[in-house]
Ligand binder design. Structure first.
Ligand code: SF4
Ligand code: SF4
Length: 83
Protein backbone atom coordinates (compact mmCIF):
# COMPACT_ATOMS: atom_id res chain seq x y z
CA UNK A 1 0.00 0.00 0.00
CA UNK A 2 1.48 3.23 -1.01
CA UNK A 3 1.66 6.18 -3.27
CA UNK A 4 4.47 6.67 -5.73
CA UNK A 5 6.36 9.73 -6.98
CA UNK A 6 6.84 9.84 -10.74
CA UNK A 7 9.53 11.43 -12.88
CA UNK A 8 7.36 14.55 -13.11
CA UNK A 9 8.84 15.48 -9.73
CA UNK A 10 10.78 18.75 -9.82
CA UNK A 11 12.51 18.03 -6.49
CA UNK A 12 11.01 21.11 -4.86
CA UNK A 13 10.96 19.54 -1.41
CA UNK A 14 7.34 20.43 -0.70
CA UNK A 15 6.25 16.94 0.28
CA UNK A 16 8.98 15.55 2.46
CA UNK A 17 8.14 17.29 5.74
CA UNK A 18 4.44 16.65 5.28
CA UNK A 19 4.74 12.88 5.56
CA UNK A 20 3.65 11.76 9.04
CA UNK A 21 5.68 8.57 8.89
CA UNK A 22 8.91 9.67 7.21
CA UNK A 23 8.34 7.55 4.12
CA UNK A 24 9.74 10.10 1.65
CA UNK A 25 13.41 10.64 0.80
CA UNK A 26 14.89 13.30 -1.43
CA UNK A 27 16.51 12.88 -4.82
CA UNK A 28 19.96 12.32 -3.34
CA UNK A 29 18.68 9.33 -1.36
CA UNK A 30 16.37 7.92 -4.05
CA UNK A 31 17.35 4.27 -4.59
CA UNK A 32 16.17 4.58 -8.21
CA UNK A 33 18.49 7.58 -8.73
CA UNK A 34 16.20 9.27 -11.25
CA UNK A 35 16.31 12.82 -9.95
CA UNK A 36 12.92 12.57 -8.25
CA UNK A 37 11.92 12.24 -4.63
CA UNK A 38 10.97 8.71 -3.58
CA UNK A 39 8.35 7.04 -1.37
CA UNK A 40 9.35 3.87 0.40
CA UNK A 41 6.31 1.66 -0.21
CA UNK A 42 6.88 -0.37 2.93
CA UNK A 43 6.72 2.80 5.04
CA UNK A 44 3.89 4.73 3.37
CA UNK A 45 0.55 4.28 5.15
CA UNK A 46 -1.40 6.39 2.61
CA UNK A 47 -1.81 8.83 5.52
CA UNK A 48 -4.37 6.53 7.07
CA UNK A 49 -4.98 7.64 10.64
CA UNK A 50 -3.28 10.98 9.98
CA UNK A 51 -5.09 12.76 7.13
CA UNK A 52 -8.17 12.12 5.02
CA UNK A 53 -6.07 12.32 1.84
CA UNK A 54 -2.35 11.82 1.22
CA UNK A 55 -0.57 14.87 2.62
CA UNK A 56 2.32 14.58 0.19
CA UNK A 57 0.00 14.95 -2.79
CA UNK A 58 -1.82 17.87 -1.18
CA UNK A 59 1.51 19.67 -0.81
CA UNK A 60 2.88 18.81 -4.25
CA UNK A 61 2.66 21.69 -6.76
CA UNK A 62 3.10 19.41 -9.77
CA UNK A 63 -0.13 17.96 -11.21
CA UNK A 64 -0.06 14.20 -11.59
CA UNK A 65 3.34 13.83 -9.96
CA UNK A 66 2.19 11.61 -7.09
CA UNK A 67 0.17 8.56 -8.13
CA UNK A 68 -1.31 5.50 -6.49
CA UNK A 69 1.05 2.56 -6.40
CA UNK A 70 0.03 -0.97 -7.24
CA UNK A 71 -1.82 -2.68 -4.40
CA UNK A 72 -2.84 0.50 -2.63
CA UNK A 73 -5.33 0.02 0.19
CA UNK A 74 -7.87 2.38 -1.30
CA UNK A 75 -8.45 0.25 -4.37
CA UNK A 76 -7.34 2.96 -6.78
CA UNK A 77 -5.87 2.06 -10.14
CA UNK A 78 -2.09 1.96 -10.14
CA UNK A 79 -0.73 5.13 -11.73
CA UNK A 80 -3.86 7.18 -11.07
CA UNK A 81 -2.84 10.68 -9.96
CA UNK A 82 -3.52 11.37 -6.29
CA UNK A 83 -5.67 14.48 -6.00
S1 SF4 B 1 0.62 9.17 1.37
FE1 SF4 B 1 1.06 9.96 3.43
S2 SF4 B 1 2.23 8.31 4.39
FE2 SF4 B 1 2.36 7.98 2.17
S3 SF4 B 1 4.20 9.05 1.50
FE3 SF4 B 1 2.49 10.46 1.24
S4 SF4 B 1 2.49 11.68 3.13
FE4 SF4 B 1 3.70 9.81 3.54
S1 SF4 C 1 6.24 18.10 -3.67
FE1 SF4 C 1 6.01 17.00 -5.63
S2 SF4 C 1 7.47 17.99 -7.04
FE2 SF4 C 1 8.02 18.61 -4.93
S3 SF4 C 1 9.58 17.10 -4.27
FE3 SF4 C 1 7.59 16.31 -3.60
S4 SF4 C 1 6.89 14.97 -5.26
FE4 SF4 C 1 8.54 16.25 -6.09
Amino acid sequence: MAVKITDLCIACGGCIDECPVGAIVDDSDNPENNGAYYVYPDKCVECEGHHSTPACASACPTDGCIVWAEGNKRGKGAGTPVA
